[in-house]
Design a protein around this ligand. Structure first.
Ligand code: ADP
Ligand code: ZN
Length: 436
């Protein structure tokens, strides 16, 4: 029988041995980090060296690193090796200031590809699969990050790139794609194209698995995607600063995302006090790389909010599980004095069967009052329905959102496709109050 694990020894290592490995790798990481101009002075300032690290908790003696630090020390302040050793960089777009950039040497790329292969294997992908990567290639990590992992695992890869739905469907049909990776908001739109061609992806493709991630989404959205495509859909989490995809992944039990603790030390802290929160409580995810040489990051504040799911997973992997990431601390907005996360609204909307695949929250001010307008695409047959039915549905959604977030929205039902689409990750909130 073939193993359910990609690397059985590492994935099922006892907690004790896993922590020993973390300490050993943290010491090495500090060695590499100390070669960068940023960490050289940071480590000198705090007076901690590898010799002071005896157990994983000792990481708390080290300073945090923020996105602002990465920006302030752009482009080479975090580089730990000679440029000659570096073979690739990935960076954010940098439209709002200096981009954040991460460098990789050969070791880093191989380690990332292996983590990615392990993640996919964990979700049941095998070398017999035909894998279509529906994702932008280039500086964005989802393209090449997946590509190297898919090849490492040995699937037949289709580097399809993002967009062009008609071509995506043709590729799926021509080559018998069995697994695809895409952002969840795109899969709703792609389904509409299938429908317009009178095709049913559950019957007219060979897909059995979808890998979805890169943006916050609710379990309701995942279940919808599973129903639309007749597949299992697995949550994939990562961020460019920690390589990109392949950081944490759901196993076939779909009960949280295993975060690869041989490659990262995970802390969940209170975003205000920066003190650790107990297992099971929500806080900000803080991560330290353990297997990166060119650009190690220590106690990086991701701003993502999540919690560790207490207890063991039925799959037998010892690496702890993160709960679904509900968003970043800066996704939260305040409306009429209530703190709201977009995912709270998505959760309400996607429980309503008449609701289609897209929505947009617009925040504005009218006569000195905050206003939250929620535009919701409804399914085609419904939009053509009579006005009283639409009125009733509008009222129902208004009440349900108010009950969830405690602020009353103005709900507008719109036809499928009415909400402007963005390239890449979905934009869920438009805050016009910030206009000067
Ligand atoms: P950017 O910062 O430009 O969005 P990244 O591609 O590095 O670039 O995005 C990483 C971020 O995307 C994460 O920090 C997190 O906020 C979000 N993200 C990634 N995967 C998921 C996921 N599975 N669920 C929720 N959010 C996710
Ligand atoms: Zn598991």
């Amino acid at each position: 029988m073939t193993s359910i694990y990609w690397e059985p020894e590492l994935e099922t290592l006892s907690r004790n041995d896993l922590q020993k490995l973390q300490v050993e790798r943290l010491k090495k990481t500090l060695g590499f980090a100390g070669e960068s101009s940023f960490y050289k002075s940071k480590l000198q300032e705090c007076g901690i060296s590898a010799d002071d690290i005896k157990c994983v908790e000792d990481i708390r003696k080290l300073p945090f690193t923020t996105k602002q630090d990465l920006r302030d020390h752009f482009p080479y302040g975090f580089l730990s090796l000679d440029k000659k050793e570096i073979i690739r960089l990935h960076s954010s777009s940098g439209t709002t200031g200096n981009p954040t950039v991460i460098y990789h040497n050969r070791h880093d790329i191989a380690s990332w590809a292996n983590l990615m292969a392990r993640s996919l294997y964990t979700a049941g992908v095998r070398d017999t699969d035909v894998f279509q990567n529906i994702c932008g290639y280039g500086l964005f990590t989802g393209g090449l990050g997946f590509q190297y992992g898919i090849e490492r695992l040995g699937c037949l890869s289709i580097p399809a790139g993002a967009g062009n739905s008609l071509r995506q469907i043709k590729l799926m049909q021509d080559y018998g794609t069995t697994v695809a990776h895409a952002i969840p908001s795109y899969l709703g739109r792609l389904y509409e194209v299938f429908e317009s061609m009178n095709l049913d992806p559950a019957k007219d493709t060979k897909l059995h698995t979808l890998v979805i991630g890169a943006e916050p989404h609710t379990d309701e959205q995942r279940r919808r995607i599973e129903d639309m495509y007749g597949v299992k859909a697995y949550n994939s989490f990562g961020l460019s600063e920690m390589n990109g995809p392949g950081v944490a992944f759901e196993c076939t039990y779909q009960d949280g995302l295993h975060i690869w603790e041989d490659a990262y030390i995970v802390e969940i802290v209170d975003p205000e006090t920066l003190e650790p929160v107990p297992d099971g409580e929500v806080g900000e995810l803080v991560m330290t790389t353990l297997d990166r040489q060119a650009n190690p990051l220590i106690r990086y504040r991701t701003r993502d909010l999540t919690r560790i799911i207490p207890g063991d997973c039925a799959c037998g992997r010892s690496h702890r599980r993160l709960d679904r990431i509900t968003g970043r601390s800066d996704d939260m907005f305040i409306i009429k004095g209530c703190n709201v996360f977009p995912m709270q609204i998505e959760k309400v909307l996607l429980k309503v069967p008449e609701v289609g695949s897209d929505y947009l929250i617009t925040l504005d001010r009218q006569n000195d009052n905050d206003e939250m307008i929620v535009e919701v695409e409804v399914k085609k047959d419904w939009f053509r329905g009579d006005i009283t039915r639409l009125d009733k549905l509008t009222k129902q959604i208004t009440h349900q959102i108010r009950d969830e977030v405690l602020a009353k929205p103005i709900v507008k039902l719109v036809e499928p496709g009415a909400i402007p689409k963005t390239e890449g990750k979905a934009v869920r909130v438009k805050d016009l109050r910030k206009r000067s």
